[in-house]
Design a protein around this ligand. Structure first.
Ligand code: 4NP
Length: 153
């Protein structure tokens, strides 16, 4: 069983969408998908209402997800750790115990825009448009992840 973790800062806006999108495209018996935040700001919180709304608009229900903070043990639990931006990357790589841990961490948009090291913009302080943009980016990035996983398995 392959295990994939999506990570952002709060685990309420971007990574819940990434988790929901990837889950919706995969066989749950073959791939386990989860998400976490680098911060503890929203532990046990439901996703942001605007993320729930944009997902629902695309027939995806993420309302049952709850926030949790990334922990070092996640390096053992997951094969692939996708972070949403460069700040998340720095925070997670800081926690890596070994080079093997570090090698699991990838910027999710590098799947789409190879080697550009682009960020999924944090939509938290913006308007609804930002959430549609984030949804579209993550929809395309998760399509690329699927291609890779299906090729490898
Ligand atoms: P996320 O967005 O990292 O995509 O979940 C944020 C959510 C909450 C906060 C920051 C970013 N916050 O500062 O509470």
């Amino acid at each position: 069983m392959m295990r994939v973790l999506m990570v952002c800062l709060g685990n309420i806006c971007r990574s819940p969408l990434a988790e929901g999108l990837l889950k919706s495209k995969l066989d749950p018996n073959k791939v386990f998908v989860d998400s976490a935040g680098t911060s503890n700001y929203h532990v046990n919180d439901a996703p942001d209402k605007r993320s729930i709304a944009i997902a629902r608009k695309h027939n995806l229900d993420i309302s049952q997800q709850r926030g949790r903070q990334f922990e070092v043990k996640d390096f053992d639990r997951f094969d692939l750790i996708y972070v949403m931006d460069n700040s998340n990357y720095k925070d997670i790589v800081k926690l890596a115990r070994t080079n093997q841990d570090k090698k699991k961490v990838h910027l999710i948009l590098n799947e789409l825009f190879v080697d550009e090291n682009a960020d999924v913009p944090d939509p938290y302080y913006g308007g609804d448009h930002g959430f549609q943009h984030v949804y579209s980016l993550l929809d395309e990035a998760t399509d690329e992840i699927i291609k890779k996983i299906n090729k490898d398995s």
